[in-house]
Ligand binder design. Structure first.
Ligand code: SF4
Ligand code: SF4
Ligand code: SF4
Length: 246
């Protein structure tokens, strides 16, 4: 059942749309968040950030074909590159569609057509950024209402797709159980190449990331902690993040 969006992030986003329009009307092109583009998660196939900003014609074709409503266009509140597509994985990650339709729809080369399948996607890398809050590590059961936010997001769409309904169904039934949400949602064909729950030294379990991770952000979306314990670092490779660990 559809629920009303009440998330503060949504309030900030929608309340700033009016400001965005006013600023554009006044011909002001500067953003107060010039550095945030460096850390934004781009859709699959996005070329190097500088090249991407030059190539993207802000047509919105990629977001129109996305069956999960994963892609948003940057507004004044979300950094420079206004009108360029990005993914806020705290709201909705990418679900690595088989034929990567967002890339196919891109007419400008900003999303590289060499990205033809989930394994070709390299958006970033997942990291258990806040292990202290991961409820699997403390053997804390998945709380009631853990998936309310997903229902709210889907319910707010005008054209809910079958794939979104299937995703909601898949995320049912975890309440009161040991949390394995991030590992179970991983959408790539061989999720065990990207993430697995492993025993932790303190008697709980924790998600471990492997080099198959494509940085889609699905795990970040479904993590039930108030600030996701697992996050995606955009444009960071497995090697950069993990290879030189001590
Ligand atoms: S791969 Fe699919 S879910 Fe991911 S951004 Fe592209 S169209 Fe959306
Ligand atoms: S581990 Fe997370 S970011 Fe990596 S592929 Fe799986 S769901 Fe996507
Ligand atoms: S979704 Fe993953 S990272 Fe988040 S609490 Fe559950 S096991 Fe921990």
């Amino acid at each position: 059942m559809a629920k009303v969006k009440t998330d503060r992030r949504d309030f900030v986003k929608y309340s700033t749309l009016g400001i965005f329009a006013a600023v554009l009307g006044g011909g002001i092109a500067l953003s107060p968040y010039p550095l945030r583009a460096e850390t934004r998660l781009r859709p699959p196939g996005a070329v190097d950030e500088k090249e991407f900003l030059g190539l993207c014609i802000k047509c919105g074709q990629c977001l129109q074909v996305c069956p999960y409503h994963s892609i948003e266009l940057a507004d004044f509140a979300t950094g420079h590159g206004i009108g360029t597509p990005y993914i806020d994985a705290t709201v909705r990650g990418c679900y690595a569609c088989t034929a990567v339709p967002c890339v196919l729809a891109c007419p400008s080369g900003a999303l590289d057509h060499a990205c033809e399948k989930p394994e070709d996607i390299h958006m970033g890398i997942a990291v258990l950024e806040f292990p202290d809050t991961c409820i699997a590590m403390s053997n804390t059961p998945v709380p009631k209402g853990y998936n309310d936010r997903m229902y709210a997001f889907t319910g707010a769409q005008r054209n809910v797709t079958e794939l979104e309904t299937q995703l909601l169904d898949k995320m049912e039934g975890y309440e009161g159980k040991q949390c394995t949400l991030c590992a179970d949602v991983c959408p790539i064909p061989n999720p065990l190449s990207a993430i697995a729950m492993v025993p932790d030294a303190n008697g709980g379990n924790r998600p471990e990331i492997y080099d198959g991770c494509i940085g889609c952000g699905a795990c970040e979306e479904v993590c039930p902690t108030s600030i996701p314990s697992i996050v995606v670092k955009p444009r960071v490779s497995y090697e950069e993040q993990y290879e030189n660990r001590v």
